[in-house]
Design a protein around this ligand. Structure first.
Ligand code: BGC
Length: 734
């Protein structure tokens, strides 16, 4: 009580000072005085150096196997005790981006709702949905006593075999930045800091602890870093997590180009940088490069660098005290800016019903209908349906690692009991089969586990439609050794499709997969990792209760040979988690900024399903494409009309081509909901950075002069509508 009063008084003093002196703050952000900065400054003015330094080091919060929560800690990824008498809150730091991890450690009822995978949320192309999804997990964090969430993964998915792609948004910087930034904004609307991670180039898991992602800095600014930049501007995350890997030889957490030059100077980031768990390798070097807080350093780093060694560095003059002040200022500023001081968490029972509905809607918007020959979907409510495989009788699969949420009601598929990380795949008890039966009580729906192909074929023959559920388990710490579905799924699907051409495949995958049977099935729904309400969402999509509206944010290749790097050096099916520490290898990203669809475009490769693709149960037409350039703003306008007989959502996309060539770039989109026959005029304002090249010499963006091509389409390969516009070159203001 006394402490919060002290904070209140200090902030009142701070505000008074602002008015009296009209002080311009000297810290990071530009523009008028930032009240959070001022409040932080007031608190820190009364703090000893030792107390300031205690803000720079969190300890294991008791969230690891066999570890014990420290006094005051809730049993999570990390804990930081605030200096006594400071009035600041302790930091209760929890994973992660899809929901609250390990709630069983902290709540007797072990409850947390999981969103579908990040790829699914991104595939909705709906920033409002992403924000609402973020707000849901932010609220659950707050109600569980946490005030820092380690969620906000914005690495680009440069390779469709990435073990953590499911936590991220996809292969495009604009799409990733806007969608992840919106999720971050949602989390932070609940007075919980969200953490933009893993900064940067942590695009693969293989050798993630040691490898150097080598890339031309200009290409990096135009690709991965642009994604982070836009996410930062959109979501204003209180913290940024530097990643395990090295970038151009230097560890990300001691990389001045990433942390100080780019993030703090060029982007004016006012918050703090925390290390990933085990990613700090030095004290002075890291502090001087721009790391502000060492995470769980007692547990995961070789030495507790910022706890003991940093004080000696300051004493010896290797690290100036002004840097310690800056580190503390950035941390405390974020606590004020995100409301952690004014709105401390209040533990309360979660509203599981409401939260599960958010997860359900997120999945309904994010699932992508890839194929629908002869309108096999939506399913007729009276059909005879053979549901086959994927444990669809009991639940839906989820991705493994630190983003894993413990399922409400426990795990429904008993695996072999793998002791090693990440253990057996976890299935959420949201059964698609049960939900399908509830959705269509007049249908005749059988279930076959799919383990015996002959039995599955018999079931498919006896039905009007076969719906095969197929999974691909991916997880943190290891990349997928290939792009195949798990177990016997490819053979099963091929056999079932041969027996019944009206076969629909529902894929629950962490990544794009190869689909050798694509041409012989009638329908494919990519459901990703569908989250806590996955079964219900899938059933509602299959029966047309809701129309699919998701669009791919990753290219589905026809073969691994089409990828920029067909082999991930060293990965094979027998690798275990240790693979992440494997070697000191270098991965040279010589494709530069041409990630995903841009690689395909540059090399004239035809994907199996392109970036941006997604079908629904109605049809749309677009016309009237025009591109205008006024007051230095490129605006693209067009009309969209629902030409079918059902309501639906269209996601028309705008791509641009620069006058001096290069692959096309996504420049914007709109998500348009229309009733049958309804039409709307849409306008898309193009972020000027997408019209520019990054000039690495002067660290600025330059728009070249000349004729820009503008495409309007339903995917990155849709060339049907095109205009061009002349722009005169200019340099963007920094
Ligand atoms: C992961 C982070 C996670 C942290 C804490 C690390 O291994 O890379 O994403 O937030 O652990 O669990």
């Amino acid at each position: 009580m006394k402490l919060s009063r002290k904070i209140f008084l200090l902030s009142a003093v701070a505000c008074g000072m602002m008015v009296a002196h009209g002080a311009a703050h000297a810290h990071a952000a530009k523009g008028p005085t930032d009240p959070a900065d001022e409040r932080a400054r007031q608190v820190l003015a009364h703090m000893s150096l030792q107390d300031k330094m205690s803000l720079l080091f969190s300890v294991d919060g008791g969230g690891f196997n066999g570890s014990v929560a420290p006094p005051g800690g809730l049993g999570s990824a990390a804990y930081l005790r605030a200096p006594a008498g400071s009035g600041l809150p302790d930091l209760q730091i929890s994973d992660a981006g899809l929901g609250i991890r390990n709630p069983a450690h902290i709540r007797k009822d072990g409850v947390a709702v999981s969103l579908p995978s990040g790829l699914s949320t991104a595939s909705s192309w709906d920033m409002d949905m992403a924000r609402e999804a973020g707000a849901m997990i932010g609220r659950e964090a707050w109600q569980s006593g946490f005030n820092v969430l380690l969620g906000g993964g914005a690495d680009l998915t440069r390779d469709p075999r990435g073990g953590r792609n499911f936590e991220y948004a996809g292969e495009d910087p604009l799409q990733t930045g806007l969608m992840v930034g919106s999720t971050i904004a949602g989390v932070q609307s609940q007075h919980v800091i969200s953490t933009l991670k893993h900064y940067a180039m942590n695009d693969l898991e293989t050798s993630r602890m040691t490898m150097s992602a080598d890339i031309d800095p200009v290409a990096m600014r135009e690709s991965d870093l642009l994604g982070f930049e836009i996410a930062m501007e959109t979501g204003h995350p209180g913290s940024v997590m530097c990643s395990y890997n090295r970038v151009n030889d230097l560890y990300a957490c001691e990389n001045p180009y990433l942390l100080t030059k780019t993030l703090k100077q060029d982007w004016h980031y006012p918050g703090f940088v925390m290390s990933d768990w085990g990613a700090t390798h030095s004290s002075a070097r890291s502090a001087l490069a721009g790391l502000d807080q060492e995470s769980a350093g007692d547990h995961t780093d070789a030495r507790p660098y910022f706890q003991t060694l940093l004080a000696a560095d300051v004493k010896a003059g290797r690290v100036p005290q002004s840097r310690i002040d800056d580190m503390a200022q950035r941390i405390v500023r974020s606590l004020f800016a995100q409301g952690l001081v004014d709105h401390p968490p209040v533990r309360a029972p979660l509203d599981v019903v409401t939260d599960t509905l958010v997860a359900q809607r997120d999945e309904e918007e994010g699932a992508v209908l890839l194929r629908n020959e002869g309108n096999v979907l939506p399913l007729a409510p009276t059909a005879r349906i053979a549901v086959i495989g994927g444990h669809a009788d009991v639940g839906v699969i989820s991705g493994g690692g630190s983003s894993q949420v413990d399922p409400i009601g426990g795990e429904v598929v008993k695996g072999p009991g793998k002791k090693d990380w990440p253990g057996d795949p976890v299935y959420f008890p949201s059964s698609p089969l049960r939900a399908m039966r509830a959705e269509a009580p007049a249908a005749h729906i059988t279930y076959d586990p799919g383990t015996n192909i002959a039995a599955a074929v018999r079931a498919a023959r006896a039905a009007d439609v076969a719906v095969v559920y197929a999974t691909q388990f991916t997880f943190e710490g290891m990349d997928a050794p290939n792009m195949h579905l798990d177990a016997n799924a490819d053979a099963l699907i091929a056999a079932v499709a041969a027996a019944n051409p009206r076969t629909v495949v529902v894929m629950e995958t962490g990544d794009p997969v190869l689909m050798p049977w694509n041409g012989s099935v009638a329908g494919v729904l990519e459901a990703w990792f569908p989250g806590s309400a996955g079964g219900t969402a899938i059933a509602r999509l299959l029966f047309g209760k809701v129309a699919p509206s998701g669009h791919l944010t990753m290219t589905f290749p026809q073969a691994e040979s089409q990828l920029a790097h067909p082999d991930i050096a060293g990965v094979n099916a027998n690798n275990v988690f240790e693979m992440q520490f494997h070697t000191d290898q270098e991965l040279v990203y010589d494709e530069g900024s041409d990630v995903g669809y841009r690689w395909f475009d540059r090399n004239h490769l035809k994907p199996l399903y392109p970036f941006g693709h997604g079908l629904t149960y109605t049809t749309f037409a677009t016309d009237g494409l025009a591109a205008g350039y006024h007051h230095k703003q490129l605006t693209v306008t067009f009309n969209v009309r629902n030409t079918g007989t059902r309501p639906g959502v269209d996601v028309p996309q705008v791509y641009v081509g620069l006058p001096d060539g290069g692959a096309r770039r996504l420049a914007g989109w709109q998500r348009v909901k229309l009733a049958p026959g309804e039409s709307r005029q849409v306008s898309v304002r193009v972020d000027p950075r997408l019209l520019a090249h990054f000039d690495g010499k002067h660290d600025r963006w330059d728009i070249p002069s000349g004729r820009f091509r503008v495409w309007l389409g339903h995917s990155a390969v849709d060339d049907s509508q095109q205009v061009s516009v002349h722009l005169s070159g200019r340099t963007l203001a920094p």
